[in-house]
Design a protein. Structure first.
Length: 253
């Protein structure tokens, strides 16, 4: 990277990628990007993303807010740092057996695991493609898995976008349902059970014959499906579609 190219990057990215050192004035502060991220992540894990602020993170670290600004210039930069550290690096060895599909499956499960460890990640608005170090590493890992297929680069990017959006949506749904369960309190019917009971009081067979048939079947009264079962069901359908496209490309080669 040339000096001119580096000047176009936001300071937060230069810090994350190690292309710039934090500003230090006066005595050397006992801070690092990792310690700042750890304090912010701990706060978000316990109280949610909205609880995170520069001042509260500074309090957690026992420093002034101004000391924090020497490392992180805004809350947006802080959130980007939190996301990068909480996501970690992808665990996707190149020698995973099963080809591109097995590697992409593992990538998806690992991604979902990160979202389940830190549900607040799904509350961070997506403002563009991944650009922080660990996020770029996740993109690299998925595209490396797909690079063995005959799909074009544009198609590989589309597959990555489709799968990552699916993983994020399941992670966000899981976080929402978990919060709904906490709000409902103990000894309450499942989310779907409560939904079925309310729906039964609102609809009639003439206007909603299909839904009434579902209610009579008792499907809404069954225990909520395990998240892993639901996630795998949707993931396999997605990858079946990709596999069909890969097969079509190979058959024409």
């Amino acid at each position: 990277m040339s000096e001119a190219d580096g000047a176009e990057l936001p300071r937060s990215l230069r810090l994350l990628w190690g292309h710039e050192e934090p500003q230090r004035r006066g005595p050397k502060p006992g801070l690092s990007l990792q310690s700042i991220a750890a304090a912010a992540i701990k706060l978000a894990d316990s109280e949610g993303l909205d609880a995170v602020s520069m001042s509260r993170v500074a309090d957690q670290l026992g420093v002034t807010t101004m000391a924090l600004y020497r490392y992180v210039s805004s809350k947006d930069d802080l959130v980007a740092l939190m996301l990068d550290v909480a996501s970690g690096k992808p665990d996707l060895p190149a020698d995973v057996e099963g080809g591109w599909r097995a590697r992409l499956e593992r990538w998806s499960w690992n991604h979902l695991a990160a979202l389940r460890r830190h549900p607040w990640i799904t509350r961070i608005p997506i403002s563009g493609p991944p650009i922080t170090p660990n996020q770029v590493a996740w993109m690299e890992a998925a595209l490396a898995a797909l690079s063995a297929t005959p799909l074009t680069e544009a198609e590989q990017l589309s597959v990555l976008l489709m799968v990552s959006n699916y993983v994020r949506s399941v992670g966000q749904l899981a976080a929402d349902l978990a919060q709904a369960e906490r709000d409902a309190g103990p000894a309450q019917p499942s989310v779907m059970g409560r939904y079925g009971r309310m729906l039964a009081q609102l609809i009639d067979a003439e206007s909603f014959p299909t839904l009434c048939s579902f209610l009579r079947s008792g499907v809404f009264d069954q225990p909520d499906d395990d998240l892993d079962v639901e996630f795998n069901f949707g993931l396999q359908i997605l990858l079946d579609g990709v596999a069909q496209l890969v097969w079509e490309r190979q058959s024409k080669a």
